[in-house]
Design a binder for this molecule. Structure first.
Ligand code: NAD
Ligand code: UDP
Length: 340
């Protein structure tokens, strides 16, 4: 049976890929996005790819009246909550903006949801809540750590707020998804990651070097305790990640409570592994230089993804080669992202 899913931040990178999968599965989708870090073009392309319609509101989750109106106009079954600010470096400069947008925004969203008796939500958390890993791979039952920036703190705070909410009202159905490092793009090459300004993340930086928008990649640190000295992460294809949200919604169709899952592949690759894999997939040479470590980075971080496999019946299907090919198809077809 089809459901009506409200997706906050649905015009963004992960949101647009998830909206596409929801439409393909036959759900009705309502997107709420203030377009702070996105373009409506992504949604137009999702409509084009799927041949399906969706409802879009350019609205801010902090705007109670606007949110109230939207929930009055639609019978929403569940919410997938992507809306948030995510630039780690920026979050250290404007922490209040980050806490207000991410934490207050989520509180506001949940209050409006409760008022309309919508108590089912999937939340975008991050592996950053583990802090500096005490052991690897990371398992959901491990204690959360101390994030090194306001962005990470905001994610951890929201997780705790959602747990308190469920304690106070057991009717809530909540899935917290801790993403590892999403990369890649839809196979059509029509939607993908389009960061504003200089990319913070590794893969969009690499693709922008490949397409000639940046001269060279800075590799942050080559003296970590990893196989080649560069940082190791668990990169996951964004389409796999998107499908994880559909499985998360299935999980809370019947069961109430809070469920927390890592979404990763379980395999770690170093920065130089990524450069090599991307060069192979794209046929381009990536110029890079070795520079100092980036403050706040951990040496290695990868998931134990067995809980999602056992309880959500989900596992990542795409390997590194495919992730690199899809990132490159998106970037080479859209050298300036959605700006043309
Ligand atoms: P994104 O910036 O592409 O998407 C976030 C979307 O939320 C944007 O379209 C933005 O315009 C919108 N938004 C922000 N604040 C809003 C507000 N107050 N009201 C309405 N819309 C608002 O980022 P993404 O990579 O797609 O990430 C989605 C979510 O996943 C975020 O919460 C992010 O913190 C989380 N996450 C991302 C990663 C990653 O590496 N991409 C990793 C872990 C967690
Ligand atoms: N990284 C890098 N150069 C860049 C961006 C990132 O060497 O321009 C490294 C970073 O130090 C980390 C890995 O790439 O080891 C992934 O970084 P990203 O910012 O993409 O993700 P996160 O730090 O959130 O895991």
């Amino acid at each position: 049976m089809s459901s009506t899913i409200l997706v906050t931040g649905g015009a963004g990178y992960i949101g647009s890929h998830t909206v596409l999968e929801l439409l393909n599965q036959g759900d009705e989708v309502i997107v709420v996005d203030n377009l702070h870090n996105a373009s409506e073009t992504s949604l137009n392309r999702v409509k084009e790819i799927t041949g399906k319609e969706l409802t879009f509101y350019q609205a801010d989750i902090l705007d109670t009246d606007a949110m109230d109106k939207i929930f009055s106009q639609h019978k929403v079954d569940s919410v997938i909550h992507f809306a948030g600010l995510k630039a780690v470096g920026e979050s250290t400069q404007i922490p209040l903006t980050y806490y207000h947008n991410n934490v207050t925004g989520t509180i506001n969203l949940c209050q409006v949801m409760a008022k309309h008796n919508v108590k089912s939500i999937v939340f975008s958390s991050s592996a950053t809540v583990y802090g500096d890993p005490q052991a690897l791979p990371l398992v959901e039952s491990m204690p959360t750590g101390i994030p090194t920036n306001a962005y990470g703190h905001s994610k951890l705070m929201i997780e705790e707020i959602l747990r308190d909410l469920s304690e106070s009202d057991p009717d809530w159905k909540i899935v917290i998804l801790r993403y590892f490092n999403p990369i890649g793009a839809h196979e059509s090459g029509r939607i993908g990651e389009d960061p504003n300004g200089i990319p913070n993340n590794l893969m969009p930086f690499i693709t922008q070097v490949a397409v000639g928008r940046r001269d060279e990649l800075s590799v942050f640190g080559n003296d970590y305790d990893t196989h080649d000295g560069t940082g190791v992460r668990d990169y996951i294809h964004v389409v796999d990640l998107a499908i994880g949200h559909l499985k998360a919604l299935d999980r809370i169709k019947e069961d109430k409570g809070v469920f927390t899952y890592n979404l990763g592949t379980g395999t770690g690759y170093s920065v130089l592994d990524m450069v090599k894999a991307f060069e192979k997939a794209s046929g381009k040479t990536i110029n890079y230089k070795l520079v100092d470590r980036r403050p706040g980075d951990v040496a290695a971080c990868y998931a134990d993804a067995s809980a999602a496999k056992n309880e959500l019946n989900w596992q990542a299907e795409f390997g590194l080669e495919r992730m690199c090919e899809d990132s490159w198809r998106w970037q080479s077809n859209n050298p300036n992202g959605y700006k043309g």
